[in-house]
Every structure is written in structure tokens, then in C-alpha cells.
Design a protein around this ligand. Structure first.
Ligand SMILES: Cc1cc2nc3c(=O)[nH]c(=O)nc-3n(C[C@H](O)[C@H](O)[C@H](O)COP(=O)(O)OP(=O)(O)OC[C@H]3O[C@@H](n4cnc5c(N)ncnc54)[C@H](O)[C@@H]3O)c2cc1C
Length: 400
């Protein structure tokens, strides 16, 4: 019998890095960030930098939401190809959303360097490869548009991809801008750093009701304590869909696994994120300790909790796919896990104000590149708090 964990590799590897008290008395503060995942960590950091008094609360321990399940690929590439997004919101606007992803990766790099945060941040390239002949035609169209908007792309033939990456495909876009890191570790370290500068953090704090209609929003907690503030920023991840009447995302489960260490791979793969054009797509990257991480095999949410046998089936399917894509690979699974996931109609996040909630802003970084969307909130949220407009907030608005 081989026993395996159902927890994510990142969580097992790091453990619970920091623990905080729960709220046990009434609190008055300026801004409450609800949610201690990567969105909350980056938003709280940006607000601390601007001098706000910030309090963070989470009903779980810090980083225990989607952030602990994340495979931490940092991509400027949105789940919806640029040419399709251009059809939805216009070519120039779509290109701006893609360019914002490149800026977000640079911003994360600068943040990690400035504060010397040890989270395995590594700049890489990204290989987006065609899984079929038909998909290759669309990928070429995608390439031309990305080239037009100077997104740092190069076209690789099927032969070049096979020779360099040992990947069987029909052609690929190689992008210069991408990175990987340990987002769980970044979340914890960034929050910890800000705690030293005055950020108040409370975990295991259950909310009974958010009352945002008053001039001063009020948060009533299950233990009868209260928090009063001027503004609430909801960084509450996929569970936020339950708070909103507006249908903003389709939810499903997604799966990932990592190989044992010292897997033999072509050298270039260690510097490259890889994903294909299939639906659902498969994606891969190597880890700091020489493993190959693969993910994909999404499934519907028509069962209300994760089931181990489905996870096992999905992991087997992922490994079969990788053996098909990379002939001869010796992939020995070490850990596998699953997580909830949400995608929006245009692949873009929801960042800003919802007409359903007064005195509140939302950072809902849904989609395959949720982390780069969370990073964009660092610039957007302080602007919106000052009552100013932000071009990206226009693309990411509620009610669109
Ligand atoms: C398997 C998997 C792989 C992924 N891979 C990638 C990837 O490679 N690259 C990428 O960019 N993204 C990836 N993602 C998506 C990415 O992980 C998410 O976009 C990101 O972690 C979301 O962070 P968040 O802070 O918004 O949400 P979360 O991490 O879920 O944090 C929300 C927090 O809010 C708290 N909360 C919720 N409601 C309340 C409430 N009412 N009161 C108090 N607290 C509350 C929760 O407890 C939680 O801690 C992946 C996701 C999964 C599941």
C-alpha cells in the first residue's frame, strides 16, 4: 500500500509558517482586508506602503485557501487567447490586459528583490504549444497578434520544440516573460513583513455579518466582537461567488501533481513554463528541488467535496498525457492534490466596486493567472480608494 497526502505539495513542504491570534475584542481601524491569501497579502502590502491603518482577518489560518493549492506559474498570458479577447473587448484593450500581465511579473520580481523574500522566485520563459494541427492555425494567428503588440514572442516549429524540449506538438509560441515561485511562502512572508510595520492580522476569525450600508462599515463576528472601519476590501477568493447575485465565474475542480526529485528532463525545461492549447489545458513547470509539476484535468463541481478516487483518476490521466507529450519520460508521482478554481467569461478578474456592496472593494483574481491579477490590484486598489480611475479597473469592472 502506498499512502499519499491529499494536501498540496507547497503546504506539506512549508507547513504553517506563521500563526496569528483571533479577534477577541472590539476593534476600530481604517481598512479591513478580508482574506489572507495572495490577493489579501499583496493588497494589504500596497495599502501599508501608502500609510493606511490596515487590519487583516481570515476565517482560516493564513494562506490556507486556494493560495496553498496553487502551482505558482506566473504568466502574462490569460486563459482566453489574445485574438479571442480582442473580439470581446477590442484589440487595443485586450493587448493592454496582456501587457499588464508582463508588468505584474516585473512588479512581483521587484517586490521579492526589494524585501529579500525567499520564495524561490525565478524568471523563466513560457512555451505555449499547439496540441493539434487545427489548434496550430489559431496559435499562429495568436502569435501574429502578440508580435504586433510587442509581447516578446518567438515562433518555434514542431521540430524545434521536439529537439529542445522533447515535447511533441504542432508548433509553439515562446514568450520571454514568465516566472515561477512559491506563492504560499510569498503570502506568509509578505504578511509577516508587514506585521512588523504595523499590519494587524487575525486568523481563525469567523464573520457573522458584513454590514456595509452604514457610513462606517461594521463586521459582526461569531464571538460577538465587532470591527468598525472606513472601508472593507474583500480578497476572499472563489467563496466570494456566494456573496454576489451577479454571476461572475464558473467554478470547477482542478488537479495537480509533482514527480519525485531528480527527474531527467532536457536542460531548457528547467527555465520554462509550458502549457498547451487543449481544453482543459495541461501545464507544467519544474520546482526548485528538481521535480516536474503538472496540472490540469479540470472536473465539474457536481459533487460537493473532493473525492480521493477522483483525484487519483485525474492524476493518472495527467501522467498519461505527459507520457504522450514527452516520449520516454520517467515520471514517478510523489504528491498530488486538487483545488477549487473559477473562470470568468473573458478570463479577466473582477477588481473594484460591486453595486451590491457599499463601502467595499473586491479583489477577485479568478483564472489561470490569478497571481498576476492579484499583483495588479497593488496599483488599482490604492487608486480606487482615492476615488481615482484606473484603466485596468475599467476592464475588470463588475457588471461588464
Ligand atoms: C490547483 C491550483 C493551481 C493553481 N495554479 C495557479 C498558477 O499556476 N498560477 C496562478 O497565477 N494561479 C494559479 N491558481 C489560482 C491561484 O491559486 C488563485 O488565483 C489565488 O491563490 C487566489 O488567491 P486569493 O488570495 O484571491 O484567494 P485565497 O487564497 O482562496 O484566499 C482567500 C482567503 O479568504 C478567506 N475568506 C473567504 N471568505 C471569508 C470570510 N467570509 N471571512 C473571512 N475570511 C474569508 C479564506 O479563508 C482564504 O484564506 C491555481 C489554483 C489552484 C486551485
Amino acid at each position: 500500500m502506498r499512502l499519499r497526502t491529499f494536501e498540496s505539495f507547497g503546504l506539506i513542504k512549508n507547513g504553517l509558517l506563521y500563526s496569528y491570534p483571533s479577534v477577541q475584542e472590539n476593534i476600530e481601524t481604517e481598512i479591513v482586508v478580508v482574506g489572507g491569501g495572495i490577493s489579501g497579502a499583496l493588497t494589504a502590502h500596497a495599502l501599508m506602503e501608502k500609510g493606511y491603518r490596515v487590519t487583516m482577518i481570515d476565517k482560516r489560518d493564513i494562506g490556507q485557501g486556494s493560495t496553498s493549492a496553487s502551482t505558482s506559474l506566473l504568466q502574462y498570458e490569460i486563459d482566453i487567447p489574445l485574438y479571442q479577447l480582442a473580439e470581446m473587448i477590442g484589440e487595443k484593450s485586450a493587448a493592454k490586459c496582456y501587457q499588464a500581465g508582463i508588468t505584474a511579473i516585473k512588479d512581483l520580481d521587484a517586490l521579492v528583490r526589494k524585501h529579500r523574500i525567499d520564495c524561490g522566485f525565478k524568471n523563466k520563459e513560457s512555451l505555449y504549444f499547439a496540441h493539434s494541427k487545427k489548434a496550430c492555425k489559431n496559435l499562429q494567428k495568436e502569435f501574429e497578434l502578440r508580435k504586433k503588440y510587442k509581447l516578446g514572442v518567438e515562433w518555434l516549429s514542431a521540430k524545434e520544440v521536439l529537439n529542445t524540449y522533447n515535447i511533441v506538438c504542432f508548433g509553439a509560441i515562446l514568450s520571454a516573460s514568465a516566472a515561477s515561485m512559491d506563492v504560499y511562502k510569498l503570502t506568509h512572508e509578505l504578511i509577516h513583513l508587514n506585521v512588523k510595520r504595523g499590519l494587524e492580522v487575525y486568523d481563525q476569525t469567523e464573520v457573522l455579518e458584513f454590514k456595509t450600508n452604514n457610513t462606517k462599515p461594521l463586521i459582526l463576528l461569531k464571538n460577538d466582537s465587532k470591527i468598525t472601519c472606513k472601508k472593507i476590501i474583500f480578497c476572499t477568493g472563489f467563496e466570494t461567488t456566494k456573496m454576489l447575485k451577479e454571476h461572475i465565474a464558473k467554478l470547477f475542480y482542478t488537479y495537480a501533481c509533482v514527480s519525485e526529485e531528480k527527474i531527467k528532463l532536457p536542460k531548457k525545461i528547467f527555465d520554462t513554463l509550458m502549457w498547451d492549447t487543449n481544453d482543459p489545458y495541461i501545464y507544467m513547470r519544474t520546482t526548485d528541488d528538481g521535480r516536474l509539476l503538472i496540472g490540469g484535468e479540470d472536473s465539474s463541481m457536481n459533487f460537493s467535496f473532493f473525492q480521493n478516487h477522483i483525484k487519483e483518476k485525474k492524476t493518472t490521466a495527467l501522467i498519461k498525457k505527459i507520457q504522450h507529450i514527452m516520449p520516454g519520460i520517467q515520471y514517478i508521482e510523489d504528491f498530488s492534490w486538487g483545488g477549487s478554481f473559477g473562470s470568468t467569461k473573458d478570463g479577466l478578474p473582477y477588481i473594484g466596486k460591486s453595486s451590491e456592496w457599499k463601502n467595499a472593494l473586491f479583489v477577485l483574481a479568478f483564472g489561470g493567472n490569478g497571481i498576476t491579477f492579484s499583483a495588479q490590484a497593488m496599483d488599482i486598489i490604492p487608486q480606487l480608494l482615492k476615488g481615482k480611475k484606473h484603466e485596468l479597473a475599467g476592464f475588470y469592472r463588475f457588471g461588464r
